[in-house]
Design a protein. Structure first.
Length: 278
């Protein structure tokens, strides 16, 4: 059995390099054991830079571009068998030309479903992360967020926050892996604990006041709310704590709004109210 150890949970470059060497050596999928290195003993943000592409020392192989794009997503899935599945697919693609045109193949279908789940998690992470302000030991301001993704998407999503908050220093903490941007360099580290993230800051109360004031009870749609803001993400959003009370009050507030509009209509000046009457 050939044991392959990858640097971290979403180590696509490591998987690609190892897969090329394994294919060149003719190693079948059932003879490979895929594992991930690291552990809880590593220091948070110990000098581990954002990974770059490490080319494999192996002959060129005919790999469809669509498979490469698929694999970049599937390696981020939480399924422990994802690397085994991807290498089996790659092995078969080299030996079964018809596989490229068979979307109903069980392995292809499974990989596509995993990729879709990862894309959805990436989108949710971009939408539902909330940063809070805190100072480091030197008194410098940092924006820190705690999030619990369902899949290993930190490496893929972190560049989005670099682009969005390029002028800020921030940390993104998750149980599996964490990211830090110091204004110049993006670095990754091991997972963190929720206690490592700061509590509510002064700006949060202002945001909650604004959120509550802009809530429109007449447009409440709980089905759409659950679809676009699944309940498991709400614990990461400070405004989510207001949702139960705002929802409970929606009916009464809507009736009050309608009653107020009818009252305005009834209060028209007499001459206006008499227009059109015979």
């Amino acid at each position: 059995m050939t044991r392959i150890e990858l640097a971290h949970d979403a180590d696509f470059d490591g998987f690609r390099a190892a897969a090329r060497r394994l294919l060149a050596a003719g190693t079948p999928p059932d003879a490979v054991s895929w594992q991930v290195a690291g552990g809880a003993d590593a220091d948070l943000f110990a000098a581990e830079p954002a990974p770059g592409f490490a080319p494999a020392v192996a002959p060129s192989l005919a790999v469809p571009a669509a498979f490469v794009a698929l694999a970049e997503l599937v390696v981020q899935h939480a399924d422990p068998a994802r690397f085994t599945l991807l290498y089996r697919l790659l092995w078969r693609l080299q030996r079964e030309p018809a596989l490229r045109r068979d979307p109903l193949d069980a392995d292809r279908h499974h990989a596509a479903a995993m990729a879709q789940a990862v894309r959805r998690e990436q989108h949710h992470m971009q939408a539902f992360v909330r940063f809070r302000s805190a100072a480091d030991a030197d008194g410098r301001p940092w924006q820190t967020a705690w999030y619990e993704p369902a899949h290993h998407v930190v490496d893929a999503v972190a560049p989005f926050f670099v682009r969005r908050f390029a002028n800020l220093r921030w940390c993104l903490l998750t149980p599996r892996r964490s990211a830090r941007w110091d204004g110049e360099h993006l670095a990754f580290g091991p997972g963190a604990r929720r206690d490592d993230a700061p509590g509510a800051d002064d700006g949060e109360s202002l945001w909650l006041t604004y959120y509550a004031s802009t809530f429109n009870p007449a447009r409440l749609n709980t089905r759409a709310l659950d679809q676009h803001l699944p309940r498991r993400y709400r614990e990461h959003l400070p405004e989510a704590a207001l949702i139960p009370a705002l929802t409970a009050e929606a009916g009464a507030r809507t009736r009050a709004m309608l009653a107020g509009r009818r009252g305005d209509d009834d209060g028209l000046p007499p001459e206006a109210g008499d227009c059109g009457r015979s």
